[in-house]
Structure formats: C-alpha cells, structure tokens
Design a protein. Structure first.
Length: 215
C-alpha cells in the first residue's frame, strides 16, 4: 500500500531559512537517492508530526506529491527532533524503485497471549528481536511480523526459520536473529519458588540444640 504526503520544493537553504520555515508551520526536508540530484522540500509540520507518531512511519512507502503534481516513491530514512520539545526539525527521504530491494526494520509483535498455556502458568514472553532487519522490495514491505502464542508452553521458542516471511522479504542476518522470541518463567515466579523452597527446608530441618535419642 502506498501512502501519500504533500510537499513543496524550496530553493533557500541554511539554518536561517530553516528557522523561517518552522516559524511558518513547515518542516524542511530532503529527497535523495536513485542517482538523482537531491531535492530540498518543505512539509506541513502538523501533517508530518501526525504520521511520525505512528509506529509504522518508517515501514511505509510514501508517495510525495511535490507542488501538487510530481510524485516520487520514497522511504523515510531519518527524522531529527528537538531534544527538549520533541518537535520535528528535519526529515530525510530516500527514493525507491519498484524492483530494487531496500533495507528496513520490521516490527515483531505477538498475539493471543490469552491462548498460551505457558502464559497462563505464569510465564512471560521474552521478545528477543523487537525489529527484524530485512531486505524487501518496496511493494512487499509488511507492516509487522506477527508471532501467534496460541498453544505455546513455557520453554517454547519462535525460530526465524519457522516463520514464513512474505514474498520478496528476506532476513539480512538469519544467524544473529535466529531466535525471535521465547516463553520463559517470570522473575516473580522464580522468586516465589525460591521462597517456597526455603520455607519447606526450614520446616523440615532439625531445630538447633535438639538432642536425638540414640537407638
């Protein structure tokens, strides 16, 4: 799916002009890549802030409508924000082509925790890989990779080799990211078991100073 953003070109550059754009409710940015000259742009601060706050912002192919007519397919590559206010200061977009694969980080999420026997017994999901680094053709970028916890017990793992990635998507480092998630015993459960074991030992141990009658 292609998502659309309206931008306008800008001629002036430099910190002074960038401040002027921000004062007028715009965010400066740049489009680069595909062996073309970089294009300096400005985009509505309100519009880009709304989209940036979506966790899938970097996983979407955007169609930038420049000056209301020309369009370019791009991926967001970096966003600079003010360290105090969090306001967006600058956005970089990279041009993409239909058939050329791009590197992207795909979020990994879990579903059906309530259908996992292991979770019901007190286990927790240990998400080892939060974002899977992949190569994808732009039109095949998935929003996320979903791990179904239905029927999973404590000790069960989700291995990358067992996950069917969408066509056109491949993991960059299959060895490093071989284990996506596991269901483990929670620390609380471990402490409770330890406390129970300590109590049981104390109850069965002989009291200090108690004489034992010889047979």
């Amino acid at each position: 799916m292609i998502y659309e953003l309206n931008v306008q070109t800008r001629d002036a550059k430099g910190s002074r002009q960038s401040r002027k754009l921000r004062h007028n409710g715009l965010v400066p940015g740049i489009i680069y890549g595909a062996k073309k000259e970089p294009t300096m742009i400005a985009i509505s601060a309100k519009e880009i802030s709304k989209e940036y706050n979506n966790s899938l912002f970097f996983n979407k192919v955007w169609s930038l409508v420049t000056n209301g007519k020309e369009t370019e397919k791009v991926l967001p590559k970096s966003v600079s924000c003010h360290p105090v206010t969090g306001k967006i200061l600058h956005v970089d977009f990279m041009r993409v082509s239909k058939d050329k694969k791009v590197k992207i980080m795909i979020p990994v999420e879990t579903i059906n925790e309530d259908k996992s026997p292991g979770i019901k017994k007190g286990g927790i999901i240990n998400l080892v890989v939060h974002r899977l680094e992949c190569l994808c053709v732009p039109d095949a970028i998935p929003e996320k990779i979903v791990l179904d916890l239905s029927g999973k017990e404590i000790g069960d793992s989700f291995l990358l080799e067992q996950i069917e990635l969408p066509k056109g998507v491949e993991a960059i480092n299959a060895i490093r990211d071989s284990v996506l998630a596991t269901i483990v015993v929670s620390k609380v459960g471990k402490e409770e078991d330890k406390a129970q074991a300590t109590t049981t030992t104390a109850e069965t141990a002989p009291t200090e100073g108690t004489a034992t009658k010889a047979e």
